[in-house]
Design a protein around this ligand. Structure first.
Ligand SMILES: Cc1ncc(COP(=O)(O)O)c(C=O)c1O
Length: 516
């Protein structure tokens, strides 16, 4: 199964049809609107309504129905496979294990080399596969938590951080760390800013666009921070449209370069000046752009913009490294120190880490290091420019399509599309039928395609042909009811009580471990 980076894939890929539960919630909504008219708080109204035994029972039944359907869909591809729910008594031989592993590998629905996947797989560079296969076994048992035992791992990890800091023109190359991915980098940065907020005696809120990555909301929840959200119709963010949202509690502003959802680059220069002037920290999310922007001529985002206090850049995306890699950089090691954890009187010894995790894999560090060394600046530059050319081609083609609209001004790696002529999810469904795996977005309804190093111009020509033929076909009957995957998104936008969706998603996550 392809795991999309869009968090809402949780619902969309499962072919669940919650029409009925949402119709039911629709009735609640009408009631809710009536009560709202009289000034009642909607969350509270829903809370009270759900406590009515009849309603509670109905919701429970509907949730169970959805849950069963999700589970069925998840387990369907596994139905011919033997399940291993207990340790085998006797260890199996290599031949048997490799045979079973191969069977698991064959369950993958998409062949990434055919290029029909948006994002997700960033490279198919054969040279890297060969090197990684040799490097991984050398370091598979190493752990950077023990630099005394593994000085070589420590050196490689530090070199990854330094190489990235150098790309970002940092004056504090030591101020940063290698993490397990964009989310960990973001969590750690937000923890640092929360601690700094405490020092300033403020709660510490994060000011961000609604299109920022979900990891910022995760951080806010983990570290008890508030979020102040700017609508997506205000994008790209700049000093003017953020100014009015700043409060005395604002500790950090998030800018994206580019954002996951729409691939939009915020006006970093103006936000940087604003932050510098107002003594607010600025985190620039370059999880996607970190290994693209330094190699493109027309976009310049790095620490030379003096207001930027931290940058996250993922080695496991356009750095083409193995999954489980990102680098978090600060412009000052005093901020870096804030995110660290130290337990000086721990009975196990004096303990301190820069990561959320304790033990980590030295093999991911070694293979990431090998990837950076194997690619070199020239390869990154060639790929970044080639990807940008493909983005421009896709953008031009969509602009020529009378029924589709581009969101924002894509110029790096992502092209987001919506339509004022029909429900865009109809198009997403049709493209899915043709074998494309897209990222569906909501608020506003749209989808994006993320071009990676896997894609060739020819593959994107095929996408353009399919976009054009499918949208022409939909225009023959543009008002057709969309009752498949996308209707979840469409319906989602109309549900006022978000807690119901929240429960369904949690059910889904539990189902992931239920194999029978
Ligand atoms: C802009 C941006 N930030 C953060 C993340 C989170 O990264 P990860 O999935 O590696 O945790 C992503 C993932 O797609 C992203 O696109």
């Amino acid at each position: 199964m392809i795991i999309s980076e869009n968090p809402m894939y949780l619902l969309s890929n499962q072919l669940i049809n919650p029409d009925k539960i949402f119709k039911f919630i629709g009735i609640l909504t009408v009631t809710h609107q009536t009560l709202k008219y009289f000034g009642w708080n909607k969350q509270y109204v829903f809370y009270l309504m759900r406590k009515v035994p009849y309603i509670e029972n109905k919701i429970y039944k509907k949730r169970k129905e959805i849950r069963d359907k999700i589970k069925n869909d998840l387990n369907d591809p596994l139905k011919t496979m033997k399940l291993n729910l207990k340790l085998p008594k006797k260890g199996k031989c290599e031949k048997t294990i490799l045979k079973e592993i191969q069977a698991h590998n064959e369950l993958t629905l998409y062949d990434s080399n055919k290029g029909r996947i948006s994002g997700c797989v960033y490279s198919n560079y054969k040279k890297l596969d060969t090197i990684m296969a040799k490097v991984y076994p050398m370091f598979e048992r190493t752990n950077p938590l023990h630099p005394d035992i593994y000085p070589g791992v420590r050196k490689m990890e530090a070199e990854i951080v330094n190489m990235c800091a150098n790309l970002m023109k940092s004056n504090s190359q030591e101020a940063g760390c290698f993490t397990s991915g964009g989310t960990e980098s973001i969590l750690l940065a937000m923890r640092a800013y929360k601690k700094l907020a405490e020092k300033r005696n403020i709660k510490g809120s994060i000011l961000l666009a609604k299109s920022a990555h979900a990891a910022y909301w995760k951080a806010a929840e983990y570290f008890n921070m508030k979020t102040i959200e700017i609508e997506t119709n205000q994008l790209p963010l700049d000093s003017k449209n953020i100014e009015k949202f700043v409060t005395k509690d604002t500790i950090v502003i998030i800018a994206s370069a580019p954002s996951f959802n729409f691939g939009i680059i915020d006006n970093i220069e103006s936000i940087s000046e604003f932050c510098l002037k107002n003594n607010i920290f600025l985190h620039v999310d370059m999880c996607l752009g970190g290994f693209l922007l330094p190699f493109l001529d027309n976009i310049n985002v790095d620490f030379t913009k003096k207001g930027i206090t931290s940058i996250s850049m993922d080695t496991h995306k356009y750095g083409y490294g193995p999954k489980g890699g990102s680098v978090l950089l600060y412009n000052d090691s005093n901020i870096f120190k804030e995110h660290m954890f130290v337990k000086e009187d721990w009975t196990g010894g004096i303990y301190g880490t820069s990561n959320l995790t304790g033990s980590r894999s030295g093999a991911v560090i070694a293979t990431t290091w090998a990837t950076l060394m194997a690619c070199g600046k020239n390869y990154y530059e060639n790929e970044a420019k080639r990807i940008q050319k493909i983005v421009y081609k896709l953008k031009d083609a969509i602009n020529e399509n009378n029924y589709l609209d581009i969101i924002g001004e894509p110029n790096v790696c992502i092209v987001a599309v919506n339509s004022s002529h029909f429900n865009i999810y109809l198009l997403a469904d049709k493209l899915k039928e043709k074998g494309w795996s897209l990222n569906q977005l909501q608020n506003p309804a749209s989808f994006h395609f993320c071009i990676t190093s896997i894609h060739t111009m020819e593959m994107i020509d095929n996408l353009i042909n399919d976009l054009n033929s499918c949208s022409r076909e939909i225009m023959k009957n543009p008002n057709i009811k969309n009752d498949k995957t996308a209707s979840i998104y469409g319906t989602t936008q109309k549900v006022y009580d978000r807690e119901v969706i929240n429960d369904v998603v949690k059910d889904y996550i539990v189902c992931l471990n239920e194999l029978y």
